[in-house]
Every structure is written in structure tokens, then in C-alpha cells.
Ligand binder design. Structure first.
Ligand SMILES: [Zn+2]
Ligand SMILES: [Zn+2]
Length: 232
């Protein structure tokens, strides 16, 4: 499996892209600027077969309209793509098309799949388990366990410290998580707590994404940059 870090920044970060990770042909999160980031790394939109959405904040979802227009302008509407996310996804996508004056004909070839929390689904070659996280007053914010080829990858953007975050740490080989700042707040994990989990679950490799512009580093956590690739 190939993991490509498309964006490793948070909303306020100056240069790095909004959080987005590509696992083979499955993209997780498509916030502002993600489509251009894919181009920067020579990843074609037609190569994506799945887009998984964690929650509806703009740094995770707001490039979806840009993605649809890009498919149209590149004559890719015959390519099939599955867009997967929390309950309410179809309504959000159609609402987004409406406010940006885009027609629903852009949804040609698009299958929308809404997931209920904690119910694992098999979608083609992937097993996908959505897990409810705690992200301030935002509901729902899903973390995911993505399983393929006997490897499990956890994605936890966005979340603060919560039981379900720890549940994901226990069950995955790689954890790609929200490490927004140095210290945890009610909406986001800080490097302080993320590092403690990395020490506690040392069979799992921890990767800090959704990072602000802080300089702190330590030996327990990996700090990928945009475009970095991890072959597992
Ligand atoms: Zn958020
Ligand atoms: Zn975010």
C-alpha cells in the first residue's frame, strides 16, 4: 500500500495544504486547495476511485465542488467514483452544488455512500469503519479505520482526546492524526497528548498531520510534509 500525504497543515497554517491523505486510490478529505495539491504531486483526478469525508469543515470538505468541476473540464464524468462520509453527505453535496450554481449533472458517475457510526462496511477492496470522535461542538466528526491487504490505517482528523481516539490507536498499525497545536483543546489534539499515546501504543506508528506552524518535534512521532510518501 502507498500512503501519500497530500496536505499536512491546518486551516491557519501558511504554506502546507489542508489535511488530506491518499491511500492507493482512496483519498481521505478534500478541503480547500486539495485538488491543486493533487496536481502538484502529479496525481490525476481520474485515478481516484474513492473519496472519504471525515466531517464538513471547509478544510476537509470545501474542495468537493472544485473536484466536480475539474472532472467535468477534464472529460472524466464517465469515470466512476464513490464518495463516502457521515449521514447527511448527499444533502451536503447537493446543497454545495446549489450555492455554487453548479448543476447536478456534475454528479454523473458519482455514487454517494453514507455511513453510520461504528458500522464497518466493505467497499470493494477496502474495509472502512467510521468512528465518532469528539471535535468541540461539531457532530459528527468521524475518524476511520481503513483496512486493506491485512494492514490497518487510522485517520483521526479532527478530534480532541476521547475514548474513541484511544480505541482507534489500539486497533491500527499506522495512525494519521490531528495534532493541531502544542496542547490539546476542546476541539483538537495537541502534540503533548498525541506524544503520550505514541509512547503508550508503540506498536503503532504515529504521524502528525493537521499541524499548525509550530516547530516542536520529538522522536516518538513522525512529522510528514506535503508530498511525502510512505510505502507499507
Ligand atoms: Zn474540523
Ligand atoms: Zn480541520
Amino acid at each position: 500500500m502507498k500512503i501519500t500525504f497530500i496536505g499536512t497543515g491546518n486551516m491557519g497554517c501558511k504554506l502546507r495544504g489542508n489535511p488530506s491523505v491518499l491511500i492507493d486510490d482512496l483519498l481521505i478529505d478534500i478541503g480547500c486547495g486539495t485538488v491543486k495539491q493533487l496536481g502538484r504531486f502529479d496525481i490525476e483526478t481520474k485515478s481516484l476511485k474513492y473519496i472519504v469525508i471525515s466531517h464538513y469543515h471547509p478544510d476537509h470538505f470545501a474542495d468537493i465542488g472544485h473536484f466536480f468541476v475539474t472532472r467535468y473540464s477534464r472529460n472524466e464524468l464517465d469515470n466512476r467514483i464513490k464518495i463516502i462520509g457521515p449521514i447527511g453527505l448527499e444533502e451536503r453535496i447537493k446543497g454545495f452544488l446549489k450555492i455554487t450554481e453548479l448543476g447536478e449533472e456534475l454528479l454523473k458517475g458519482v455514487e454517494i455512500i453514507e455511513l453510520e457510526e461504528n458500522i464497518e462496511v466493505n467497499i470493494d477492496k477496502y474495509k472502512i469503519k467510521p468512528i465518532l470522535l469528539t471535535h468541540g461542538r461539531i457532530k459528527p466528526s468521524y475518524g476511520y479505520i481503513i483496512e486493506k491487504d491485512n494492514k490497518k490505517i487510522g485517520y483521526t482528523c479532527d478530534t480532541t482526546v476521547c475514548e474513541n481516539f484511544e480505541e482507534i490507536c489500539k486497533n491500527v498499525d499506522y495512525l494519521l492524526g490531528d495534532v493541531n497545536g502544542i496542547t490539546t483543546n476542546p476541539a483538537h489534539m495537541g502534540l503533548n497528548d498525541f506524544t503520550e499515546y505514541a509512547k503508550k501504543y508503540n506498536n503503532c506508528k504515529f504521524y502528525a498531520i493537521h499541524r499548525g506552524d509550530y516547530e516542536e518535534r520529538n522522536e516518538f512521532v513522525n512529522f510528514p510534509e506535503d508530498g511525502d510518501v510512505l510505502n507499507i
